[in-house]
Each structure stands twice: as structure tokens, then as C-alpha cells.
Ligand binder design. Structure first.
Ligand code: FAD
Length: 395
């Protein structure tokens, strides 16, 4: 796609990642989907290519790269393998970015070391009865002497069972039982008693990363595991969700990358496939389809890059991130569906990647804030009103 506005270093990065994506990553994508196994070999590859933890500041061992660098990486990887693209999201954005922005020195060092060694942190917000209305979560952390005791259930947690570091959102209560706000607690799987991976969800797509139910049963952690955002626990949820804007841009980027990959396959095939004595791209019906697909992709890419750029030195702007995710996730589903149509019956076969892409891309109007709820976020920002249905603890 277009390289307008990218620095020479970014163009180099993009070219380098595209090569990795088209080579070893593309080769493994179908198998990752079929076996539903987390691609540890690709994690190693990303680590060696210095594509994990790029956004971590240099003093903690990262490269201090910006969101747009991460976006270019995720976009290129996702065109070949969306699971690998998601690993790049969650090792550069989301939980790790919240810890690097708000954590104590000790928390930052621990999280950075784990991610740079190949751990993809899990961010635990959603509960069976608190999805879009995440503020309604019931997972609670009760202060008991010099400890917090956490109880509750989260579900649809990406990486549950493979991730070691967890950032767990919970309502925090003082010793008298008064609610203080929502905080994020760090816990390491297998080192923290009471953190249990209870079930793996059987998903439609993105099958190489587990989605899990996680139970916290009297999980006992020290106060030093609590990530306290700058405005304290009262505004804790809003600040944590502000960090989550980076993850939203990342999710939009995976959808963009998948759709770009599918579009390219359709474009190439439209020249190779002949019917009625000519390449199928000589039929105007398909030419217009290609034109519409490319327009959607260019617009989506501009929104995603713009949202990423808005976050330099902080986090992506909430309005721009929400606009980018709504438009890109919906357009990407349409583009992949159209691309599959170009292949006729072949598009419906598991021997080609189109059906996998169609299953994978479907997720992105749901996870990380649904398209409907993000429209509420957009409307709230436009109207400058605190809407109750935004999931983000507005302001
Ligand atoms: C593959 C995948 C990975 C995920 N990974 C994670 C993760 O790592 N961590 C995590 O915490 N969560 C994760 N999630 C959960 C995800 O964030 C939630 O699914 C999402 O926020 C929606 O919540 P819900 O599924 O409970 O839907 P619900 O909130 O029950 O919504 C049902 C429907 O109602 C609509 N709706 C709800 N409220 C409104 C409203 N006010 N206005 C208009 N429409 C509305 C929704 O848009 C949706 O269409 C993941 C989900 C998926 C599918």
C-alpha cells in the first residue's frame, strides 16, 4: 500500500517485516489455524527480528519505537498470519503499554523483561455479565492487612493458558469494604496461587491463540502488584482504558492487514483466472469491486495511521482510535468477503487462505469494544457528553 508520510526508517522497517511475513510466517499460517496451537516458533522469530516490545522505552531494553512503527509491523504480519499479527499487537500495545506508562519501576522492569523474552501479556477485563458494560465488573480486590485478595471470573481472555503475565482489572475495596475504584493487578500464571485457567473457548477464527475463562479464587497478591494510574483509583478505569486505545489501534491494524492480504490475492487471481475467453478482471463488475475494495483499504489505512500518529508521546486519541476501529473492522470484513468471491468455489475451500481470513477478520467488530459501543464513544466525544454506554469510563 502507499508509503506517503513514512520516514525512511519506517519504509525500511515495513520492507523488512513484509519479507518475514511473506516467508516463514506465511508458510506456517494454515497449520497454526488447523492445529490451533500457539505459534511459539513465530514468537521466537519476532523476538530475533526485534519486533516484540519495540515500543518499550530503551532504558527497559526496548527500542522506544512509536505506535506507527508497531502498526507497520502488525499490518505486514497480519497480511500473512493474523495470529502472528495479534502477538505483535499484544507485545507492543495494550497491557504492556499500560504498565510502561503507569507502573512502578519494579513493575516496568518485570513486564519489559517478560515481554522481551517472548511473553504476550493477557489483559483481563471482560466478565460473563460485564462485556460492553465493563464498568459493571464484579471481580473484586479486597484489602486484607498488607495484601489484596482477588475473587471473580473473566472470560474471552486472549492468551489465557499461554500468557504468563496478566493485567487483571478489578474493583478495589478498602478494609472497611468501601469501593475505591477500578485498578489493574499484575499476576504471573503458575506463580500466583488462585489464578486458574478454567476453559478454552472454541472460536470461529484466530485459532492459534487461546481465548480463555480465567477464575480468581482468593488470589492473594501484595499491594506492589497494583498498577496505579496517575489520577489514582477513582479515575483508574478511565486511565487504564486510555492506555487501551493503543490496543484498539492495534486490533484495527490486524483487520486492515488481513484485508490487504486478501485483496492482493484477489487482484492477482483476477489476472490469472480466465472465463469467457478473457481474464476475469476484464469484466467491469469485478473492476468496480476491486476499485471499491482499494478505496476502503486506503481510507482504513489513513484512519489507522492517523490514530497511531495521534498517540506519539502518549496514547492514541480516543476518538480517532474508535473511528479507526469501527471503519476498519467493518470495511475489512467486506473486503475479505469480496476477495473470497473472486475465487468462486476455490474461495470456499480450506486449501486456500480466503476462508481462514474470512473467519479471522470477523472478530474485529467484536473484541476490544464492539462497533456499536465504539460508535457510542465517537458520539460521546463529538457531543462532549458523558454517555453511560461507552465502556471507557469517559474522562
Ligand atoms: C476473539 C476475542 C478476543 C477477546 N479478547 C479479550 C481480552 O483479551 N480481554 C478482555 O477483557 N476481553 C476480550 N474479549 C471480549 C470483548 O472485549 C467483548 O466480547 C466485547 O467487549 C463485547 O462484550 P460481550 O461479548 O459481552 O457483548 P455484549 O456486551 O453482551 O453485547 C452484545 C451486543 O449488544 C451490543 N450492545 C451492547 N451495549 C450496547 C449499547 N449501549 N449500544 C448499542 N449496542 C450495544 C453489542 O455491540 C453487541 O452487539 C475478546 C473477545 C473476542 C471475541
Amino acid at each position: 500500500m502507499n508509503t506517503a508520510g513514512l520516514s525512511p526508517d519506517q519504509i525500511k522497517l515495513q520492507a523488512r517485516v513484509r519479507e518475514v511475513a511473506a516467508g516463514p510466517v506465511a508458510k506456517r499460517a494454515a497449520e497454526v489455524d488447523r492445529t490451533e496451537q500457539y505459534p511459539w516458533d513465530n514468537v521466537e522469530l519476532l523476538k530475533n527480528e526485534k519486533l516484540l516490545g519495540m515500543t518499550i522505552p530503551t532504558q527497559y531494553g526496548g527500542q522506544g519505537k512509536g505506535w506507527l512503527d508497531a502498526v507497520l509491523t502488525i499490518e505486514a504480519l497480519s497480511a500473512s498470519c493474523s495470529v502472528t499479527g495479534r502477538i505483535a499487537v499484544e507485545t507492543n500495545m495494550g497491557a504492556i503499554s499500560a504498565v510502561m506508562a503507569y507502573g512502578s519501576e519494579e513493575q516496568k522492569k518485570m513486564a519489559a523483561d517478560m515481554v522481551l523474552a517472548g511473553d504476550k501479556p493477557a489483559i483481563c477485563i471482560t466478565e460473563p455479565d460485564a462485556g460492553s458494560d465493563a464498568n459493571g465488573m464484579t471481580t473484586r480486590a479486597d484489602k486484607k492487612g498488607n495484601r489484596y485478595v482477588i475473587n471473580g471470573r473473566k472470560h474471552w481472555i486472549t492468551g489465557g493458558g499461554v500468557s504468563r503475565l496478566h493485567l487483571i482489572f478489578a474493583k478495589v475495596y478498602d478494609e472497611q469494604g468501601n469501593e475505591e475504584g477500578i485498578g489493574g493487578f499484575l499476576a504471573i500464571r503458575d506463580e500466583t496461587k488462585g489464578l486458574k485457567i478454567t476453559k478454552r473457548e472454541p472460536t470461529m477464527g484466530l485459532r492459534g491463540i487461546p481465548e480463555a475463562v480465567i477464575d480468581f479464587e482468593d488470589m492473594d497478591v501484595p499491594p506492589s502488584s497494583l498498577v496505579i494510574p496517575p489520577r489514582g483509583l477513582k479515575k483508574g478505569f478511565a486511565d487504564l482504558m486510555n492506555a487501551y486505545n493503543s490496543q484498539r489501534v492495534g486490533a484495527a491494524t490486524v483487520a486492515l492487514g488481513i484485508a490487504e492480504g486478501a485483496y492482493q490475492l484477489a487482484l492477482d487471481w483476477s489476472e490469472k483466472r480466465h472465463q469467457f475467453g478473457r481474464p476475469i478482471n476484464e469484466f467491469q463488475g469485478l473492476q468496480w469491486k476491486l476499485a471499491d475494495m482499494s478505496i476502503k483499504l486506503s481510507a482504513a489505512q489513513a484512519l489507522v495511521y492517523n490514530a497511531a500518529r495521534s498517540g506519539e508521546g502518549g496514547f492514541p486519541d480516543m476518538l480517532l482510535a474508535a473511528q479507526a476501529k469501527v471503519f476498519t473492522s467493518e470495511s475489512a470484513i467486506q473486503v475479505v468477503n469480496d476477495a473470497l468471491q473472486f475465487f468462486g468455489a476455490r474461495g470456499y475451500s480450506r486449501e486456500l487462505p480466503l476462508e481462514r481470513m474470512a473467519r479471522d477478520v470477523r472478530m474485529f467488530t467484536i473484541g476490544g469494544g464492539t462497533a456499536e459501543v465504539l460508535r457510542n464513544v465517537v458520539a460521546g466525544a463529538l457531543l462532549k457528553k458523558k454517555l453511560p454506554q461507552t465502556r471507557d469510563g469517559w474522562k
